[in-house]
Design a protein around this ligand. Structure first.
Ligand SMILES: C[S@@+](CC[C@H](N)C(=O)[O-])C[C@H]1O[C@@H](n2cnc3c(N)ncnc32)[C@H](O)[C@@H]1O
Length: 273
């Protein structure tokens, strides 16, 4: 049986007729939870926008540093990961558990292949991590889902993660959406997020990306400026260094401005006072 056929046979309602951002992102990061239709569009994206893989790695690495910072420096031991994607290098629960073995992580994504892989990775005995298949644009559904309400204690601080998701949702009112999650969070909670930007991409590259995404299950791409990203975190106190190209957010190694721009993604982390 081919890889694709085997993968399809494992996931009940995977949509194989349309390229999917979760699976394309997985392909760019070197994963195997993707189908020919995803790989073809991902390869085309790389041909038209050679920095596309830089985006994925910069975004993913920033996610890891943000989670580590929240656990170590802010004692946050519960995470709600919105649009968590296919499990790949540096999963939130793995990073959190390195520093706090009791940390709880609720993953939420609407892509069946992503959720299937996450559940497989966790196995039946993992009690501290859940996977919920849901649309993050329906906060009440997400917050009341068994995997979220049954795992996280909203009376204590929670780290809400929104990496690479607010820019591909049908709504451009990202602030309105995250505010509905913020209302459920107590003081000391965090919001960490990333958003696609135009830092080194040309106008032609942005147009090419938009046209490729138009055929996927998430046809939107809402690039934000650093001011627009800051506007997603009203009420939060931004951690230093504020809203910056994601690779420059507390980097573990020296990063040039040029390398940071190639990531084409802004990152920010805020804490609720
Ligand atoms: C670019 S990936 C980012 C994955 C991960 N957050 C990261 O930054 O490494 C975007 C993810 O958002 C998910 N997604 C997009 N729209 C969604 C929605 N309305 N509800 C839930 N998940 C969604 C996709 O399935 C995909 O897994």
């Amino acid at each position: 049986m081919s890889h694709d056929a085997e993968l399809a046979s494992q996931v009940e309602h995977a949509n194989l007729d349309q390229p999917n951002i979760a699976r394309m992102y997985d392909y760019h990061l070197g994963g195997s939870a993707n189908f020919a239709i995803d790989r073809a569009v991902a390869e085309q994206a790389l041909r038209l926008v050679p920095t596309e893989r830089d985006y994925c790695w910069a975004n993913r690495a920033f996610l890891g540093r943000a989670v580590r910072t929240l656990v170590i420096e802010h004692g946050i031991d519960q995470f709600l990961d919105l649009g968590s994607g296919v499990p790949t290098v540096g999963n939130v629960h793995e990073i959190a558990h390195q520093h706090d073995p009791n940390a709880r992580v609720a993953y939420v994504d609407w892509e069946p292949v992503a959720c299937h892989h996450a559940r497989q990775l966790l196995g039946a005995h993992e009690q501290r991590v859940t996977v919920t298949e849901a649309d993050v644009c329906e906060p009440e559904t997400v917050l009341n889902a068994a995997g979220v309400a049954g795992l996280l204690d909203f009376a204590r601080p929670i780290g809400v993660l929104a990496f690479g998701i607010l820019d591909i949702l049908p709504t451009t009112d990202g602030a309105g959406l995250v505010s509905r999650y913020r209302e459920s969070c107590t003081s000391g909670s965090a919001l960490a997020l990333s958003n696609n930007a135009q830092l080194s991409r040309t106008d032609q590259e942005v147009a090419a990306l938009r046209s490729l995404l138009a055929d996927t299950s998430t046809p939107n791409l809402y690039l934000r400026t650093s001011e627009e990203v800051a506007a997603l975190l009203p009420g939060y106190e931004l951690l230093v260094p504020g809203v910056v190209p994601a690779s420059l957010w507390r980097p573990d190694r020296s990063v040039t401005e040029e390398e940071a721009r190639r990531g084409n993604v802004y990152g920010a982390v805020g804490i609720l006072p």
